[in-house]
Design a protein around this ligand. Structure first.
Ligand code: ZN
Length: 145
C-alpha cells in the first residue's frame, strides 16, 4: 500500500519537473541557492488589483525535487492573499523541519507529494528552496502595503 502511494507521489513530482506550468525567465530577482545540491531558484509573485496573488512564476535550475517543488508552490499560491500564502509556506517549511506532522501536507494540494521527501534529510533543502525564496518575496510584498 505504501509503495503505491510513494509511486503516486513520484509521479506528481516527475510531472511538475518535466512539464512545469509556472516556469519562465525572470529578471531582477536574486537567486536563492542550495550549494549542497547545486540548485538555484528565484520566485516572482505579483498581486492583482484585488490584492490577491495574480501570478507566481519561477526560474532556475537544479534537481527534480527542487524544480518540481517550485512549480507546485507557484500553482498553490495563485489566487491566495499574501497572508494566506505566507501561512501555507510556513506550514510547508515547518513540516520539512519536523515541527509539524507530514499529514498536514494534505492541506497543500500537490505539495503532499513531498511527504516522502520530508523523511529524506539530504533532500530537505532541495524541497524548501523555492518556498524560502517565495517567503522573501511575500515579506517584501507585505512590507510595501
Ligand atoms: Zn536538489
Amino acid at each position: 500500500m505504501s509503495d503505491t502511494f510513494d509511486s503516486l507521489y513520484e509521479e506528481i513530482i516527475r510531472d511538475h519537473y518535466k512539464n512545469p506550468q509556472h516556469k519562465r525567465p525572470l529578471d531582477s530577482i536574486p537567486f536563492v541557492q542550495n550549494p549542497s545540491c547545486g540548485d538555484k531558484v528565484r520566485v516572482s509573485i505579483s498581486l492583482g488589483p484585488d490584492g490577491k496573488i495574480a501570478e507566481t512564476a519561477f526560474d532556475g535550475s537544479g534537481c527534480s525535487i527542487s524544480m518540481s517543488s517550485a512549480d507546485v508552490l507557484a500553482g498553490l499560491l495563485e489566487g491566495k492573499t499574501p497572508a494566506e500564502a505566507k501561512e501555507m509556506v510556513h506550514l510547508f517549511l515547518a513540516v520539512l523541519r519536523g515541527e509539524r506532522d507530514v499529514v498536514e501536507l494534505d492541506k497543500l494540494g500537490d505539495a503532499m507529494a513531498f511527504k516522502g521527501v520530508a523523511r529524506l534529510p539530504v533532500r530537505l533543502k532541495c524541497a524548501a528552496l523555492s518556498w524560502r525564496a517565495a517567503l522573501e518575496q511575500l515579506e517584501k510584498l507585505t512590507e510595501e502595503t
